[in-house]
Structure formats: structure tokens, C-alpha cells
Design a protein around this ligand. Structure first.
Ligand code: CO
Ligand code: CO
Length: 373
């Protein structure tokens, strides 16, 4: 994987900012910062903010002890390092605001990343500026993956699938959800996931599987259980997010039946994807199958979400999302049916929109996977 052309990303960002009426974008550490700068910072008590604008090089405020990171970058950057005395930090922000001419600007920030810590410094340094959500500008860039990004996501899917297969022999009656989750995490790391896995795996058996976002418990698997496992790997910051459902021995016929409906709903989601259709149409396709089978009220979430540097990002696969799918957009297709007190089924794949339609990055069997009781 070659390193991304950051200058090209900066130019694209400038175009998008212009279109969206933003004078500047202020990013703190989070997934978008390395995407646009190639720089990695921890979110700590020392604030780091990078300002992007339409017609000048990026500007960064950072701790002096990390100033070496911004030397010899493949693009220009203007740095305002500060020392260890917090009383001096606002001065670095003021100097950066002045250098950029951002005193009265409309400055986009990331609502899910920016903390009150950074916002206070920004507002103190630029009391007349307006701080608004820049999420849409960042999403415009990040939701269209290039070939290298898709390659990382493909690898993240491969690793996750191999890790699950390696963990399978440990999944049997008497083993707890927590033990399965632990085994799966070890296998993810052994198979090459970065240590920052996208989320801690969901492992939910029996009645717990009826809760779509269950946390693993000490409940032991028992014959007749459905078992939902939702897990993912991280390759170069890019995530996979997969769900499969298992049957521990013979299960109730209705549970088998809903597994088949969910499989068909997942397939309907896949087969409707092509460039140009609204994202909402994927939700409609999957949901119609479940509605027509009479289980609509038990499909309690949207059909999917964008996937990439974050576990949830644009494009969201909700019925009301009119955003048109384009080549390079990646998202999950994950319909489910959850019968309270009895069990649930979810089948989640990661897909990318291609010129011809769709590439599924995940290919584990989608039928209810039978494990010996
Ligand atoms: Co998932
Ligand atoms: Co998901």
C-alpha cells in the first residue's frame, strides 16, 4: 500500500469547504486527522489542533515536545508549538488564528471528536469566529475510498474471518460468552489486526442474542441456543465489522425460520446495490423481505452504516437517506430479527460500491451455522 497523496486530499478538502461555506476546518486527534495529515497524536491533556483553509498551507498548534513530528512532511505546514506551562497555550492558539486570518471565520469542527478542552482554547483565541459542524465536509472526502483504502478494508475483513474460524473449535456448550469474546480478540491479534480493534466483540447466546448490542456475559452456551457474534479487525486504521449467527445443536423451528428470512433480507440488500441508487433503497430492499415475512416489528435498527476509519460513518443505510451511492463508498448490510426472550439473528457483511455494482469484502457462509451441541 503506497502512502496517500495528502496534497491531493488537501485540494479536495478546499473545494468541498468552498462549496459548504466553511472558511476553515479545525481538527483535533481522531480518525480524520491522520487521514488528512499523516500525523498520529494521542488525545491527551495537551491540545493538538490542525487548521485547514481554502488557500493556504495547514497550520498546527501542538506541544513543543512533539514538534519534530511536523518536520520533513511531504507538504507545507506552519507550526505553533507551545511549552509545558498551560498558561502559555492560549497564546499559541491566538498566533495560529492570526496567521490564518481566522478571527471572524466560519470554522468547521468535528462534533464527535472535539472536546470542551480544545473548544475553550479556540473560542478564547477567536471570540468572534463561529464554530460549526464540519462533519459533512470531512465525510465528503472520507466516504469515497480509493483503491488502497479498499485494500486495507479487504484485509481487515480477511483477518476477521480467519480469526473467527480459528476461534470456532472453542465455541461449544458450557463455554461463556466472555470466554468466546476473549478467544476471538486473541485470534484477531494473532491474525494481524492492529491492537486497537474496532469495538469489543458482541457475543450473545440464547435469549441474550435478542439484544442487538449486548455485551458478553458469564452466561454459558447451551444446546438449543442461537449465538450472535459481531466482531471486526483493524488494518492501517481501517475497520471490518461482521456478524454471523450460529445454532448450538438443534434449535426451535421458528428460530431457524427467522435465520432464513434474515439471510434473504441480507441477499436482497446486496443485490440492489449499484452506483446512483439512494442509500435508503438498500434499507428498503432488506426491510421489505422481513416485513413481508411478518417480522417487521422485530427488525429494530437501520440496515447498515458506512465503514472505514470509523465503525460508524457516512453513508448511513437508513430508509430516509437520499444520498446517492457512488463508486468507493463502503458500508455494512446487517439486517436482523430479534425475538425478545427467545433469540435473535443478524447477518452483517461489509461491501464496497463498484462500477459494476458491489464487492462484498466478507464471504463467510450466511446461513445459520450449525455447531455441535
Ligand atoms: Co457489527
Ligand atoms: Co455494524
Amino acid at each position: 500500500m503506497s502512502s496517500p497523496d495528502l496534497t491531493q486530499r488537501h485540494q479536495k478538502l478546499a473545494q468541498v469547504m468552498k462549496k459548504q461555506g466553511l472558511d476553515a476546518l479545525a481538527l483535533n486527534p481522531g480518525p480524520s486527522l491522520p487521514y488528512l495529515t499523516g500525523l498520529h497524536f494521542h488525545m491527551s491533556e495537551r491540545p493538538v489542533v490542525v487548521f485547514f483553509s481554502i488557500d493556504q498551507a495547514p497550520i498546527i498548534v501542538l506541544p513543543g515536545l512533539e514538534a519534530l513530528k511536523v518536520q520533513d512532511l511531504p507538504y507545507q505546514i506552519q507550526a505553533f508549538p507551545y511549552d509545558e506551562n498551560p498558561a502559555n497555550w492560549v497564546k499559541a492558539f491566538q498566533d495560529a488564528i492570526q496567521a490564518g486570518g481566522f478571527e471572524k471565520s466560519r470554522i468547521g469542527v468535528e462534533p464527535r471528536a472535539l472536546r470542551v478542552l480544545e473548544l475553550n482554547f479556540l473560542e478564547e483565541a477567536a471570540p468572534q469566529a463561529q464554530f460549526i459542524s464540519g462533519e459533512a465536509a470531512v465525510a465528503e472526502l472520507r466516504m469515497r475510498k480509493d483503491a488502497d483504502e479498499v485494500a486495507a478494508m479487504r484485509k481487515a475483513a480477511e483477518i476477521a474471518q480467519a480469526a473467527l474460524q480459528a476461534a470456532l473449535p472453542k465455541i461449544k456448550p458450557g463455554v461463556t460468552e466472555r470466554q468466546i469474546a476473549t478467544e476471538l480478540i486473541m485470534q484477531l491479534l494473532r491474525h494481524g489486526s492492529q491492537s486497537r480493534i474496532p469495538f469489543s466483540p458482541i457475543v450473545s447466546g440464547g435469549p441474550n442474542s435478542a439484544n442487538p448490542h449486548a455485551s458478553p456475559t458469564d452466561r454459558k452456551l447451551a444446546p438449543g441456543d442461537l449465538l450472535v457474534i459481531d466482531w471486526g479487525a483493524n488494518v492501517k486504521g481501517y475497520f471490518s465489522d461482521i456478524t454471523r449467527t450460529f445454532a448450538i445443536g438443534e434449535v426451535d423451528p421458528e428460530l431457524k425460520h427467522i435465520a432464513e428470512i434474515v439471510r434473504k433480507a441480507n441477499a436482497a440488500g446486496h443485490s440492489c446495490v449499484e452506483p446512483g441508487i439512494p442509500a435508503g433503497q438498500v434499507d428498503d430492499a432488506a426491510r421489505t423481505v422481513i416485513n413481508e415475512a411478518g417480522y417487521g416489528e422485530y427488525f429494530t435498527h437501520r440496515t447498515g452504516h458506512g465503514l472505514g476509519l470509523e465503525g460508524h460513518e457516512e453513508p448511513y443505510i437508513r430508509s430516509d437517506n437520499q444520498m446517492h451511492l457512488e463508486v468507493g463508498m463502503s458500508f455494512t448490510i446487517e439486517p436482523g430479527i430479534y425475538l425478545p426472550g427467545r433469540g435473535g439473528v443478524r447477518i452483517e457483511d461489509d461491501v464496497v460500491v463498484t462500477r459494476n455494482g458491489i464487492e462484498s469484502l466478507t464471504d463467510l457462509p450466511r446461513e445459520l451455522i450449525l455447531l455441535e451441541a
